[in-house]
Design a protein around this ligand. Structure first.
Ligand code: CAA
Length: 694
């Protein structure tokens, strides 16, 4: 065995040279890895080997460029990825890439420079750069369509999808599937076969057949752009990816296509969107790290889950567990709502069709119902209470759970803002009580706020974090504070939105500004969608608020065909003269002089108080770090990922500007804009929002 460098070895198996990379955790293409590859291929080519296999140790094949190197100062000069690729593609003997785990981004771009690819069925291949606000910048945009064709390349590159190896084999990305656990043997055997059969040294870059099929057909691209316009709105990277594939089709040579790719890659890499998306990639992974709950904290086994409440929330939560094979029992007080809840779950499964029919049936079969907590919950490992938000009701339930559930059972509440310490206080085991705040629809939304109360045990936190990952959620650990992190910050935006329309802005002005910022919809369109009458009581309504008046007029949102907006027969929102008149009357009555409010003011008044609230939350220790606040807002509240989250956005705008504006607003509009003491300190110390820890 020759040690090429600290992460690369070169060994021989008969006529085959085997280059092995071992750079944990994911064999990313850091300078050291690139240099190891370069020197490894050089040494292999200089030897008498008749073929070369590239394989990786650890959990995965190369998972891409080393993202932490992007935007960082250049280190010691090393071989570039292009140097490595040239060496592979022009190797005088066949090169076989042996793939397990994931071959992503630069990893797949390396594999595409091998002459052949062998993979185990569990491997996944893809070009996910779009998720980082980028495009594959090492020839991937030019090679992939040459292998899979233009349409598939468009879909793969703009979605970033990780394609399972069996599908990749059908697409021609993988030449042979190896038996699981026998990758190395299979790749060496394949390499020997190449030699024995004198197989050609396939250079993807020089095969244009698949591109020819799309030449002179701009309609392919036009149709793709049109079909995905909504999904791509606001993002720069999908369009740049599409342009690269267009360049592959329309350029005279592979090299010309590469030039186009390099130019567009450079533009994205220098842009604010990719910086935000790369920041967010690490933010999401950071959120898993709890300083005082180490990775090796023991976890409690969760084999059966109890849920209280068969409403929309309870049902959605149940589906998450059944989807991963965990048994669930739902308890309701009456048969009718229980039957209705179980029927809704069934129809949700049947409508979604995400799994094969037999798998769907299995999942439905894992969810049962009961009218008795005593009977249903005696053997569960976790109970999640998902009833309406009333402290007395929740306390009553938790006192009962304390008496019924076995020792060690985790007692969780799905409250979206009530005090969990108070709920825990009625039990004799507050260490087992935690908040699991799912977002609606709970089977779809990614975010899970895990709420740590004063006495929550570390293993309960560790178990909840692991369980969240298992059910496909992105978990953020937060502390007990009204509304927790997400809703507490939302409260700031909602307040300003309501005030703006009482000063002369129209609901559609506020919505448009926030929509253009990148939110899927503004607060008023959102209220219309959710229903204005949530929490509204007809008997108590006295026309004191705009909502009262709208509901009294039976303008309760989309479901009644009108709310803040009017709606046409296709549910398109139309600015409403009725709402305008109501607002006008309110403003006149309040004695305020309505004024024209600029888009800039709307945005700043909605967003800066959110950032200030995030700082307060961190100051109070209710979130661990600034980036956790961002993960909450991107996943739970539609903050556009290409703006990183409220705290990252604060850094982009600049803490000084946020502070100055808050002070200016405070002087003219009052103390709801009072900057937090920590914001003042942050600016005085010349620090950034992202430096803040809770
Ligand atoms: N660069 C640097 N670090 C990376 C990395 C990368 N490409 N991919 C993963 N990591 C790190 C993570 O930050 C994490 O570090 P910590 O343990 O310190 O938090 C660790 O590797 C493990 O990652 P995950 O927690 O995400 O592990 P997982 O098993 O859940 O997922 C994965 C593994 C599917 C590879 C996932 O990490 C992933 O999707 N990585 C990104 C892949 C990617 O986007 N590649 C393209 C890079 S851009 C590029 O290649 C441009 C180009 O054209 C040259």
């Amino acid at each position: 065995m020759t040690e090429i460098n600290s992460v690369t070895t070169l060994t021989r198996d008969g006529d085959v040279a085997v280059i092995t990379l071992n750079s944990p955790p994911v064999n990313a293409l850091s300078g050291n890895v690139r240099q190891g590859l370069y020197d490894g291929f050089k040494a292999a080519a200089a030897s008498d080997a008749k073929a070369i296999v590239l394989i990786c140790e650890g959990r995965t094949f190369i998972a891409g460029a080393d993202i932490s190197e992007f935007g960082a100062a250049a280190g010691v000069p090393t071989a570039s990825l292009f140097d490595v690729q040239d060496m592979m593609e022009n190797s005088p003997v066949p090169v076989v890439a042996a793939i397990h785990g994931t071959a992503l981004g630069g990893g797949l771009e390396v594999a595409l420079c091998a002459h052949y690819r062998v993979a185990v069925p569990s491997a996944r291949l893809g070009l996910p750069e779009v998720a980082l606000g980028l495009l594959p910048g090492a020839g991937g945009t030019q090679r992939l369509p040459r292998v899979v064709g233009v349409e598939t390349a468009l879909e793969m590159m703009t979605s970033g999808r990780h394609v399972p190896a069996p599908e990749a084999a059908k697409l021609g990305l993988v030449d042979e599937l190896a038996e699981e656990g026998k990758l190395k043997e299979a790749a060496i055997a394949f390499a020997n076969k190449c030699v024995a059969e004198n197989k050609p040294l396939v250079k993807i870059s020089s095969n244009n057949t698949k591109l020819e099929a799309a030449k002179g057909k701009p309609e392919i691209f036009a149709a793709f752009r049109k079909a995905n316009a909504r999904k791509f709105r606001g993002f720069a990277a999908p369009e740049a990816n599409i342009k690269c594939i267009e360049a592959a089709v329309n350029s005279a040579t592979f090299e010309d296509g590469l030039k186009a790719e390099r130019k567009l890659f450079g533009e994205l890499m220098m842009g604010a969107q990719s910086a935000a998306q790369r920041y967010y990639f690490f933010a999401e992974r950071q959120a898993n790290k709890i300083p005082d709950v180490p990775d090796d904290t023991p976890i409690r086994p969760i084999n059966k889950v109890g849920i209280i409440g068969a409403g929309t929330m309870g049902g959605g939560i149940a589906m998450n567990f059944a989807n991963v094979g965990i048994e669930v029992v739902i308890v309701e007080q009456q048969q009718a709502p229980l039957d209705k809840g179980l029927a809704t779950i069934r129809s949700n499964y049947e409508r979604s069709r995400t799994a094969k029919p037999e798998e769907t049936a299995k999942r439905i079969g894992l969810i049962t119902g009961s009218l008795s907590m005593e009977e249903a919950f005696a053997d569960v490992d976790l109970v999640i209470e998902a009833v309406f938000e009333r402290m007395d009701v929740k306390k009553d339930i938790f006192a009962k759970l304390d008496a019924i559930c076995k020792p060690g059972c985790i007692l969780a509440t799905n409250t979206s803002g009530l005090n969990i310490d108070e709920i825990a206080s009625v039990t004799k085991r507050p260490q087992d009580v935690i908040g699991l705040h799912f977002f609606s629809p709970a089977n779809v939304m990614k975010l899970l706020e895990i709420v740590r109360a004063d006495h929550t045990a570390k293993d309960v936190i560790a178990t909840s974090m692991k369980l969240a990952k298992k059910i496909g959620k992105i978990a953020v650990l937060v502390g007990v504070t009204p509304g927790f992190v997400g809703n507490r910050i939302l409260g700031q935006r909602q307040r300003e939105a309501q005030k703006l329309v009482m000063e002369g802005a129209m609901p559609w002005d506020v919505d448009r500004v926030l929509f253009d910022f990148g939110f899927p919809m503004g607060p008023f369109a959102m209220s219309d969608l959710a229903g204005l009458d949530i929490g509204w009581v007809k008997e108590k309504s006295n026309g004191e608020t705009i909502r009262d008046v709208l509901c009294e007029m039976d303008r309760r949102g989309q479901k009644t065909g009108a709310g803040y907006y009017d709606y046409d027969e296709n549910r398109n929102a139309i600015p409403s003269p009725v709402t305008e008149k109501i607002l006008h009357d309110f403003i006149v009555k309040s004695g305020v002089n309505p004024r024209k409010i600029s888009d800039e003011e709307i945005l700043e008044r909605c967003i800066y108080p959110m950032i200030n609230e995030g700082v307060k939350i961190l100051d109070e220790g209710k979130a661990i770090r600034a980036s956790d606040v961002d993960v909450v807002w991107v996943n739970g509240y539609g903050w556009p990922v290409y703006r990183g989250g409220p705290m990252h956005y604060g850094d982009v705008v600049g803490p000084e500007k946020v502070l100055a504006k808050m002070k200016e607003f405070q002087a003219t509009m009052g103390d709801q804009f009072k900057p937090s003491a920590l914001l003042e300190k942050l600016v005085a110390d010349g620090k950034k929002f992202s430096d803040l820890k809770g």
